[in-house]
Design a protein around this ligand. Structure first.
Ligand code: F6R
Length: 243
């Protein structure tokens, strides 16, 4: 296993540094197929990327964005919906929006929606961005998910349901979710794990330096030869360097 590349940036300019790296990738490959998460970690990166696009420093018009995951049981208009959030924080702020594949959770057949979304991702992902759950989840691959986990309908951990309601402002707690599975994430050409804040320090250390295991699904990302971790200084404080 190759040790992941770890980049630690000061919190003050972490969003701009990550956005600049992303802009470089998009300049190298303007037709990139990106898998994107939502949440508080990537939000400032999306703001910085949208600012860069407004300045003409990057162009996503020919890129394709595939949503990482989506809640079940929230109205289409709910501000905490992953599709709504990505549109609001990034896509709608771009001078020219990329093609966007949301997850068809409003069609009444979540199993079919998961299968259809998996087929979209299976067409190829050049770069997948991920946040890290405090419980070690990636996407909605909650603890108990293994490296072969498929794209599927999932039950959310209680903490994830509460987070949607209390922190992300969902009108109610979601009933479940649909997520790209860990196997599909590992098939992406490259993965960037974004981690910020002291509250994520322990789980980042567990992810990178603990044993691989389904109590921390993010630990399976270490199987990827092009895993890159972009952390701020606070999130990196518990790392011993023994990787
Ligand atoms: C969201 C997602 C989740 C989050 C994770 C971290 O699309 O897939 O796995 O990335 O819960 O959330 P934040 O960034 O809000 O701490």
């Amino acid at each position: 296993m190759t040790a992941p590349r770890l980049d630690v940036f000061p919190a003050a300019d972490w969003p701009e540094r990550v956005a600049a790296e992303l802009a470089d990738r998009l300049r190298e490959r303007p037709t990139a197929r990106l898998c994107l998460p939502t949440g508080d970690t990537p939000a400032p990166v999306y703001a910085a990327l949208a600012d860069a696009a407004a300045r003409g420093a990057v162009d996503l018009a020919r890129a394709t964005v595939v949503l990482l995951d989506e809640y079940l049981g929230l109205e289409p208009s709910d501000p905490a919906r992953c599709d709504a959030r990505l549109r609001r924080e990034l896509l709608d702020r771009l001078p020219a929006a990329p093609a966007f594949h949301a997850i068809a959770v409003d069609d009444g057949d979540p199993v079919a929606a998961a299968a259809a979304h998996d087929a979209v991702a299976a067409a190829g992902l050049d770069l997948t961005l991920l946040g890290l759950g405090a419980n070690g989840h990636v996407g909605f691959n909650e603890p108990g998910s293994g490296p072969d986990a498929a794209t599927r309908v999932v039950a959310l951990a209680e903490t994830s349901r509460e987070l949607a309601h209390v922190r992300y402002g969902a009108a109610r707690t979601p009933t479940g979710g649909i997520t790209l599975g860990i196997a599909r994430l590992l098939a992406s050409a490259e993965i960037w794990l974004l981690v910020t804040g002291a509250g994520k320090a322990a789980v980042l250390a567990r992810t990178l330096e603990g044993p691989e295991g389904d109590d921390c699904p993010a630990s399976f990302l270490r199987r990827h030869s092009r895993l890159r971790v972009l952390a701020d200084e606070a999130a990196a404080t518990a790392l011993s360097g023994a990787r």
